[in-house]
Ligand binder design. Structure first.
Ligand code: ADP
Ligand code: MG
Length: 405
């Protein structure tokens, strides 16, 4: 088991015998706002995890014979002192206040559940009910080291871990793990109303240790691409939570769909650079797809010198054409390059959150410290910098260990 994950599992204090599922956050190296245009992206699953631990709750539906847990002990320890009706899904978060309880048959409207993080729970329950999961109760706890609202996809780590945990508790099998990604995405859309793409859930499920994963968002095929050993992947959080991201995201997505319709293609993946010369939003998507493919070619050829300019071109395109950057993200990119990164770009949807950079490994700590200090000097804000490792995708923590592939 990954040591970070083992430590988190120990710290979580799940009741003895709980079934525990882990899903990683992700950082996208290159290819943002391409996933919902059927394009390409190159994320890596990172060593920041969300864990969901729990057990089947008391219910008058039949227990799953194959679910071998000391159920009585779990129930007593988890629900002591709290009335628990049949057929309910109850989840607590170690990071966020409140307890969420929804009907296991999915009839609660996810968009109305309080507290708001419970909407992801209700979204997962409803998405699974729509797929035919039996309405079995589930009693669980969430804990996470993925910083929320920073573009590292804490929401997808949560929705993927919850989907796996709640599906299993209802004895619901998957033919293909891509269905888990689709269900988790559907849950997030039900929860937030934001029409996201599949990158985050796919990466959280199919991440590969020491690799980024090239995701073709049309075929949903995944190709692991080895990361250079010589360079660290450095993430720097601007200290600004993403705001406006939901409504602006929906607006950009609608603009992409309108552009595809105008050009007469199924999705912007099929547009040429000539088709989009006068449309900055669509131009970002077309040029970004090409940058992803060029980046993969460079990684495969060990052509490190080609990587930095592609990262910087991606950032410029997100800033100037797609208009999703902020002055703070732009500043971080400049500071990173000034202090030795070979390239950097905003990562995720934009409007705050994080930038990602490639930095020579033996220089990464020095670069991070200098960037944090200079950022503080310029903005008075505290940035948070950390190198990440690429890890395997979601799976049960113990037992059986390792990813579910
Ligand atoms: P991102 O996915 O980039 O982190 P989002 O705004 O999409 O940002 O998702 C953040 C939301 O995910 C939080 O506001 C909360 O609702 C939910 N979330 C993340 N981590 C946790 C956690 N540990 N416990 C409960 N909810 C969480
Ligand atoms: Mg999210």
């Amino acid at each position: 088991m990954d040591t970070d994950l083992a430590a988190l599992d120990r710290a979580a204090g799940f009741p003895a015998g709980s079934r525990v599922w882990a899903a990683p956050g992700r950082v996208n190296l290159i290819g943002d706002h391409t996933d919902y245009n059927d394009g390409w992206c190159l994320p890596l699953a990172i060593n920041r995890w969300t864990l969901v631990g729990g057990s089947i709750a008391p219910s008058n539906t039949d227990y799953n014979d194959g679910f071998c847990l000391p159920l009585a002990i779990d129930r007593e320890r988890v629900v002591t002192g709290r009335p628990k009706s049949d057929g309910r899904v109850t989840v607590r978060s170690r990071q966020l206040a409140g307890e969420v309880e929804v009907a296991a048959d999915g009839h609660d409207d996810p968009s109305r559940v309080e507290p708001p993080w419970g909407r992801f729970v209700a979204g997962v329950v409803r998405a699974l009910a729509e797929l035919g999961r039996e309405p079995t109760g589930f009693d669980g706890t969430v804990t996470s080291t993925v910083p929320a609202g920073s573009g590292l996809s804490s929401s997808s780590a949560l929705s993927v871990a919850l989907t796996l945990a709640i599906a299993e508790a209802g004895d619901f099998d998957w033919d293909d793990l891509r269905e888990v990604a689709r269900a988790a995405l559907h849950a997030e859309v039900l929860a937030t109303g934001v029409p996201g793409g599949l990158m985050d859930q796919m990466c959280s499920l199919f991440g590969v240790a020491d690799h980024a994963v090239l995701l073709d968002c049309r075929s949903l095929s995944i190709t692991p691409v080895a990361l250079p050993r010589s360079h660290a992947v450095l993430v720097v959080h601007s200290g600004i939570a993403r705001t406006l991201a939901g409504s602006a995201y929906a607006k950009r997505r609608a603009a992409c769909e309108a552009a595809a319709a105008r050009i007469g293609v199924a999705a912007l993946r099929d547009a040429t650079i000539d088709d989009v010369a006068d449309d900055p939003i669509a131009r970002h998507v077309v040029t970004e797809n090409q940058r992803v493919l060029d980046f993969v070619t460079a990684l495969e050829a060990d052509d490190i010198n080609a990587l930095g300019p592609l990262l910087l071109a991606s950032h410029a395109s997100l800033r100037d054409d797609y208009a999703v950057s902020t002055p703070e993200l732009d500043l971080l990119v400049s500071l990173l390059v000034e202090h030795g990164a070979i390239g950097a770009r905003l990562t995720g949807a934009g409007f705050g959150g994080c930038v990602v950079a490639l930095v020579q490994r033996n220089h990464a700590d020095d670069c991070a410290a200098k960037v944090v200090a200079a950022y503080q000097e310029h903005t008075g804000r505290e940035a948070h910098a950390f190198a990440v490792r690429a890890v395997d995708g979601a799976g049960p923590v113990d037992p059986p260990p390792g990813p579910i592939r």
